[in-house]
Design a protein around this ligand. Sequence first.
Ligand SMILES: CC(C)(COP(=O)(O)OP(=O)(O)OC[C@H]1O[C@@H](n2cnc3c(N)ncnc32)[C@H](O)[C@@H]1OP(=O)(O)O)[C@@H](O)C(=O)NCCC(=O)NCCS
Length: 175
Amino acid sequence: MTRPPSPRTLATRRLTLRPQWQADAEALVAGLGDFEVARWLSRVPHPYTRADADRVLARQREAPARSWSIYAGGALVGGVGLEDHLGYWIARPHWGLGYATEAARAVLAAHFAEHGADDVESSYILGNHASRRVLEKLGFVDVGPKAIPCRALGHDVAGRDMRLSRAGWQQATDN
Ligand SMILES: CC(C)(COP(=O)(O)OP(=O)(O)OC[C@H]1O[C@@H](n2cnc3c(N)ncnc32)[C@H](O)[C@@H]1OP(=O)(O)O)[C@@H](O)C(=O)NCCC(=O)NCCS
């Protein structure tokens, strides 16, 4: 299997997205350690410890994935990744500022800038109205129900499968 290329740093109007590195560990624990963040994510355990963050960062060093830390004004405010699907989180003090949409848009722009880039999948857990709205703003469409594993809750939960085609992306960026 070929490894995805290491992610490069991306800049938006307000944000810097850069590959995760060890100095991010404490901010990751603070942000992802919040149950109100972890409960909407698939792979984040609760409680989320320094050892959990260190494990993720070590894996990232060994096999860089398309995953970024999101910085605003020098502070880590969240994360975004696009491996098999688009995923993102923003630390609770920074919700409602448009950061998730702005960060995901930069990652998708880089993705669709590649010739022949595949459609992008994402999903959200039912009740996560903010995430559904983010995906809609980006041009994703609902393609049906999906059972989503949630490590923080310890079981699968009902969600929706979402998909973004190149045409959907272009239409969303034209608006
Ligand atoms: C979902 C999440 C990433 C959103 O981050 P954010 O930076 O606040 O998102 P944005 O500001 O870019 O956009 C949020 C949108 O949802 C809307 N929204 C927020 N709460 C809402 C609610 N309860 N009902 C409907 N819409 C809501 C906002 O008004 C905004 O839409 P608008 O621009 O049309 O006004 C953040 O809440 C989070 O990290 N949650 C926990 C982890 C998570 O859910 N990750 C995604 C997993 S699929």
